[in-house]
Design a protein around this ligand. Structure first.
Ligand code: HEC
Ligand code: HEC
Length: 460
């Protein structure tokens, strides 16, 4: 590190002209690429200091990382104000990725004039500005915002009535535009209001917009689960809209929003309030988990609303509507519009890297005859490249695993250990666990401060 005190010591015994020269060099605006590299490396070891105790080792405390990225950005801000600053090739190599990553996280430090977090979604515009832009796409269809429907959805005894209304609406729609309804018990995260793992997904597909593009809306109502004797106050609904242009296949726009269903204080009505009006916002950066706009559903089990007003478990195999997964395949690469996926790091599990037996012996506990299988499975980017890379925060070990997920395991670990990724693999349970260990260690080993993620931050 280049501390002023150290330079001061050096300066005292030397000629004044040299001293002047050194003072000038101590001015960050005049630092060489090498000095910037040293500064950056010092920052990286501070930012990625694992201060959180996970069950099996140390992890990052996300809020800490966000704050430290804020400090790095404050230091850089006056320099970055000069558009030429990163034009210098050496400086650009040393700093570009570091600047992209830290500035993306630093958005979470921004505050509105009333001192609340203003960019909780992690976009480069504030949440209200984002909502103003996404608003036309993330509106509820008339039936789903009608008082009759919202009231039916406010009591588990009348969920069935609500789905009957949708069935009736479907009779009026051509087959391709019929809505899909899928109630399930989620295995990953509770609803945004923290009340439940119950969800009712309503997919409103294939609406033709006036400009010829096609809008799909995915609404997830938080609902009660069969085990709840007295259901808690359940209010949230999350919504993702995708818009695709049939003339430009392989890419679509994704828009995100969370809403609360609140009782209106002046009437018996229920109002739909976007969380952008809630202080502090309960919504999180959707991109942390949604690497493409819409994620496939992997429920713990399906749910069914019976005629006699009960919620019961449903047979999963018959319950997951095929149309849901087929849709996702159509979307291709998501354009998040106000968030640049590549600034969150390189993809985990890059194909074509050399991985020695030594590496597997150091990072896993499986016998050496499993190494070739692990090696073959670490080719995630053969699919996850270009259209969606699995990067931070899914790929970093952090408190988010314990805070967000019911299993206290992150989404990446669950996907790998349940055998979902890589698709069609024949690894045994120990090997799956080992695969996840090897992947996360290769990406960012918090003990040694090394990994492909760190190399990327350092401009590699
Ligand atoms: C901590 C991880 C995580 C975060 C953060 C997150 N989601 Fe999700 N979301 C999931 C998972 C996992 C699913 C898939 C459903 C399942 O299997 O439980 C999902 C599904 C959904 C769905 C149903 C459609 C689909 O993609 O399957 C909607 C709508 C949704 N999320 C909205 C949001 C919005 C809006 C945000 C941000 C404000 C957000 N989510 C943030 C994990 C997350
Ligand atoms: C053959 C192509 C293929 C390979 C190889 C592959 N994936 Fe996937 N992955 C997919 C597809 C398609 C999806 C989305 C649909 C799904 O989840 O089933 C996905 C989804 C995911 C998700 C959820 C994404 C999100 O936004 O939260 C994770 C995590 C993931 N994969 C991790 C991995 C890892 C880690 C590897 C390597 C060990 C891997 N995948 C290898 C095709 C692949």
């Amino acid at each position: 590190m280049f501390s002023r005190a150290k330079w001061g010591l050096v300066c005292f015994g030397v000629a004044p002209w040299l001293m002047l020269g050194l003072t000038a060099r101590d001015d960050p605006a005049k630092w060489t690429g090498e000095q910037w590299s040293k500064w950056r490396d010092g920052q990286i070891s501070q930012i990625f200091d694992p201060t959180f105790e996970l069950a099996d080792g140390k992890g990052l405390l996300r809020q800490d990382v966000v704050e430290k990225c804020g400090k790095a950005q404050s230091f850089l801000a006056p320099l970055l104000a000069d558009p030429g600053f990163l034009k210098d090739p050496e400086r650009s190599k040393a700093l570009t990725n570091f600047v992209r990553f830290t500035s993306s996280l630093d958005r979470l430090n921004r505050q509105s004039s009333d001192s609340f977090q203003s960019n909780a979604l992690g976009m480069d515009i504030s949440d209200p500005e984002y909502f103003a832009e996404a608003g036309p796409y993330v509106q509820f269809p008339p039936l789903l915002k009608s008082q009759a429907f919202l009231k039916a959805m406010s009591d588990p005894a009348t969920y069935r009535k609500a789905t009957d209304m949708i069935a009736e609406e479907n009779l009026r729609l051509p087959t391709s535009r019929r809505w899909v309804v899928f109630p399930f018990r989620a295995q990953f995260i509770p609803s945004v209001d923290g009340s439940t793992y119950g969800r009712m997904l309503v997919l409103v597909p294939n609406e033709l917009l006036p400009d010829g593009r096609i809008l799909d809306r995915w609404l997830m109502f938080a609902i009660a689960t069969p085990d709840m004797v007295t259901p808690p106050d359940i209010r949230s609904v999350s919504l993702i809209a995708t818009v695709r242009d049939p003339k430009k296949p392989g890419v679509s726009d994704g828009y995100f929003a969370d809403y609360m269903r609140n009782p209106d204080s002046n009437s018996s009505d229920i109002t739909l309030d976007p969380t952008f009006t809630v202080r502090p916002s309960p919504s999180k950066t959707c991109y942390d988990c949604h690497k493409t706009a819409v994620l496939p559903i992997h429920p713990k089990y399906g749910l069914k609303f019976t005629e006699d007003a009960r919620i019961v478990r449903d047979n999963l195999a018959s319950a997951i509507p095929l149309r849901v997964d087929e849709k996702i395949a159509l979307y291709g690469k998501t354009n998040f519009r106000h968030l640049e996926p590549d600034s969150f790091g390189p993809p985990i599990g890059q194909s074509g890297r050399v991985r020695t037996d030594r590496f597997f012996a150091d990072s896993t506990n499986v016998p050496s005859d499993s190494f070739p299988k692990l090696r073959a499975a670490m080719n995630c980017t053969s699919c996850h490249d270009g259209w969606f890379s699995v990067n931070s925060w899914l790929a970093l070990r952090s408190d988010q695993e314990e805070r967000s997920f019911e299993s206290k395991q992150g989404l990446l670990q669950t996907y790998i250990e349940q055998g979902l990724m890589p698709p069609g693999n024949r690894l045994n349970p120990d090997e799956r666990h080992a695969l996840w260990q090897a992947l996360t260690k290769e990406y960012c080993d918090l003990k040694t401060g090394k990994g492909t993620f760190v190399d990327w931050l350092r401009g590699g």
